[in-house]
Ligand binder design. Sequence first.
Ligand code: SF4
Length: 121
Amino acid sequence: MSSHSHDSKLSRRRFLVIGAGAVAAVPLASVVGSLKAYAQEGDKLAEDNPQAMALGYKHDATEVDTGKYPKRAGDAGAKQFCHNCNLYKGAEGDEWGACSIFPGKLVKADGWCNAWVPKAG
Ligand code: SF4
């Protein structure tokens, strides 16, 4: 066996070790990616979903019955939207985003429900 073939065997082994590391990194990235895709392509919450109705959810926060939900009444109430709710997971600028109150569903950035809490920070 020449020293040349010994070297190439070594470098091949090193390549395989590095390759295994790279392969291990891929599944994590693809899981994160598919989770993100799932959230983006999840079902949009229907206003007549029983839980949405129980919380007075509306796609358009300005349509909320403030007589029934005084929390959204007045100047301070009028500033409440899903996009500035602490339970909203959508990215800034997205029209729809996930919400911890409605797992697997997307709520509208301009929406509102009675579980609204100010964004922390
Ligand atoms: Fe919107 Fe917040 Fe209600 Fe979720 S909890 S639907 S983000 S107002």
